[in-house]
Design a protein around this ligand. Structure first.
Ligand code: FAD
Length: 389
């Protein structure tokens, strides 16, 4: 094997977290290598819904990757007679459905422009500590190479090699997801994104219908304890108004970590970010924003640390607000999981769009708790728990 090349920072995985982490580390002047197992970016299926603030935090401008502007986010109760609308204009914010592959290429452009050396088709197989360095074993085609990094940032997704081998963290709790990209859907209002709840529709999860422009849509499902595809196919058959003339052009499946942050995101010369660190909002399964921010902070901390700045512990400290959000959202998920379809139908009568946003994001839980306290049934089932934390 040739002599190992040395880098200040080696980032594993070129998803949202890794592209941000590598850019920030390079920005601080660190020699930075980004390794990606796949031969192209954005292979994993995704609903592709993001908030405006995600793009702001990612520091990307321009409309190239925006496929749709979101005005309404509609959450259907299990009986599909009621729904709660979350209106962008009321929240004073907005969202988009993006073309994630193009978005990631934009992030890659910014990273490479800052000096990141990016290697596709490079799967990290193993890593171990040696004389103050991380020795990283990489498979590139038929070849195996050893590289050395002062700091490794694992942004290698839900089955992270870095989290397992370098931090010894357990595999996260996941929800398996399955998604169709569809064309010629019967979209009534392309600016309304819809999710459908209920044990009959998607036990332990939900169905999402996220339209893009021109009748295209991401139609997916997350389900626990049962195979996802039959549930999604059943949903398609029961909504002929949307799908009777539509066709599937892409099929994908991937797990989403919904059990909260892993027990440890930093160790000696190593950090994990994004799905690798369980940094996903558990109730929604949304992880692009939380991964972008984690990568941004970890990359900057790594870049500064190689120059003799603060230690890597600075990363979880600066990420604390997101960590709290994730753990509060997990708490709400655990409560909602216990509710029956009948209770979810009732809840749809009580909650406003703002309440649903707060529950999903784990923000202002006490306010929602106080509101539910007025309802005898939910006072017992939900309010006390929400008020407790
Ligand atoms: C079906 C589905 C729908 C979703 N919809 C949404 C949504 O609408 N909005 C939202 O905000 N979030 C959504 N998410 C979640 C979101 O996709 C993730 O949380 C986000 O992509 C996490 O970013 P990441 O960079 O941490 O990991 P990933 O995007 O998973 O990227 C990890 C990268 O690491 C690479 N890699 C893995 N192992 C290795 C290795 N050993 N060596 C080198 N490279 C490696 C992978 O190939 C991949 O490119 C969805 C997820 C799924 C599965």
């Amino acid at each position: 094997m040739p002599e190992a090349r040395e880098y200040d920072v080696i980032v594993v995985g070129a998803g949202p977290a890794g592209l941000m982490a590598s850019r920030e580390a390079a920005e601080e002047g660190a020699s930075t290598l980004l390794l990606e197992r796949e031969n192209s970016l954005g292979r994993k299926p995704c609903g592709e819904a993001v908030s405006v603030s995600t793009l702001e935090d990612a520091g990307v401008k321009g409309k190239r990757f925006i496929r749709n502007r979101v005005e309404v986010f509609r959450v259907h109760a299990p009986d599909e007679k009621k729904y709660v609308d979350i209106l962008s204009r009321k929240l004073g914010t907005a969202g988009y459905v993006i073309e994630k592959g193009l978005f990631l290429r934009e992030l890659a452009y910014l990273a490479v422009k800052r000096g990141v050396e990016m290697k596709m088709g490079s799967a990290v197989l193993d890593l171990k500590r040696a004389e103050g360095w991380w020795e990283v074993l990489v498979k590139q085609g038929a070849e195996r190479r050893k590289l050395r990094g002062r700091i490794v940032i694992g942004c290698d997704g839900v089955n992270s090699v870095v989290a397992g081998k370098a931090l010894g963290v357990r595999k996260p709790e996941v929800i398996p997801c399955f998604q169709y990209r569809m064309v010629n859907c019967g979209v009534e209002d392309p600016h309304t994104l819809e999710v459908y709840l209920g044990r009959e529709v998607a036990p332990g999860g939900y169905v999402w219908f996220f339209p893009k422009d021109g009748g295209e849509a991401n139609v997916g499902i997350g389900v626990r304890g049962a195979p996802a595809k039959p549930y999604l196919d059943r949903f398609l058959s029961s909504h002929p108004e949307l799908f009777s003339r539509a066709g599937v052009v892409e099929v994908g499946a991937a797990p989403v970590p919904v059990g909260g942050e892993v027990e440890k995101v930093v160790g000696e010369g190593v950090m994990v970010c994004g799905d690798a660190g369980g940094q996903v909002i558990p109730l929604t399964g949304g992880g692009i924003h939380s991964s972008v921010v984690a990568g941004k902070v970890a990359g900057e901390v790594a870049g500064k640390a190689v120059e003799g700045g603060a230690g890597l512990e600075e990363y979880p400290r600066r990420y604390e607000e997101w960590s709290n959000r994730i753990s509060r959202s997990l708490k709400v998920l655990r409560l909602i999981e216990k509710l029956s379809d009948k209770e979810l139908n009732q809840l749809a009568d009580l909650l406003t769009g703002q309440d649903v946003v707060d529950l999903a994001n784990g923000t202002n839980l006490k306010r929602v708790g106080r509101k539910l306290l007025r309802h005898p049934h939910f006072a017992l089932r939900l309010a006390r728990e929400l008020l407790g934390g």
